[in-house]
Design a protein around this ligand. Structure first.
Ligand code: DU
Length: 226
């Protein structure tokens, strides 16, 4: 219930005028291949299993991905890489994610992001991430079973470090540095893990391969049971 109410507030958030304007403009103009699509155009709510032990944290919606479909990582290249891997690792009910009514369910997992609105150039401003941060803090508090917080990319990783500092769980960054495959013990008997972001920029160049992603998800699977 707390989660549902939180996501409702996220969807109607107006804290960042630049992002609201951009998302609505993208939704109005659309992309040729999606010219018939009714774009979401609003902040994107998180979704998944409220009892999740794995919390995946992304960067922000893609302009023609979740800003179009209204569900994280749904309908763009990042999702076309991520969901098959989640399915393979047992965290998703199907490999395909195309629209909100496609039947996909996350299994023991929840997907959120440090930014809820598609930013110009995929780059949210520091002030915009700061505006969005209270939602992450509230969300983590409303997901009591989480054992592994898994950052997809460095900006998400730093956002989680910020969350741990803001909520007084750690005093400073200390040894927590982003890297693909890192795994740190954090307060509460939990773990902070990370992978490279599954953007096409990384997956098309071989910086992040399917095997690399499956390896870190397998470790997350082990850690959630510890
Ligand atoms: O109708 P519902 O079971 O409350 O699911 C709402 C929403 O959450 C839907 O997008 C499916 C998703 N979900 C999930 O992915 N995994 C779960 O275990 C439960 C719900």
């Amino acid at each position: 219930l707390a989660l549902a109410a939180l996501e409702q507030r996220v969807v109607s958030c107006e804290r960042c005028p630049r992002l609201r304007e951009y998302c609505e403009e993208v939704a109005r103009k659309r992309r040729r291949m999606w010219s018939e699509w009714d774009y979401w155009g609003k902040p994107v709510p998180s979704f998944g299993d409220p009892g999740a032990r794995l919390l995946l944290v992304g960067l922000a919606p893609g302009a023609h991905g979740s800003n179009r479909t209204g569900r994280p990582f749904t309908g763009d290249g990042s999702g076309d890489f991520l969901y098959p891997a989640l399915y393979e690792a047992g965290f998703a009910s199907q490999p395909k994610a195309t629209h909100r009514g496609d039947g996909l369910r996350l299994l023991d997992a929840w997907i959120t992001a440090v930014g809820r609105c598609a930013p110009p150039g995929n780059k949210p401003l520091p002030a915009e991430l700061a505006n969005c941060a209270p939602y992450l803090d509230e969300e983590v508090a409303a997901l009591p079973r989480v054992r592994v917080i898994f950052a997809l990319g460095k900006i998400a990783f730093d956002g989680i470090v910020g969350h741990l500092i803001r909520t007084g769980q750690i005093a400073r960054r200390g040894p927590l540095q982003f890297g693909h495959g890192v795994c740190y013990a954090i307060p509460g008997g939990r773990f902070l893990m990370a992978s490279y972001h599954p953007s096409l920029q990384n997956t098309n160049t071989g910086k992040l391969t399917r095997e690399m992603m499956l390896d870190v998800l397998a470790e997350a699977r082990t850690r959630i049971g510890e």
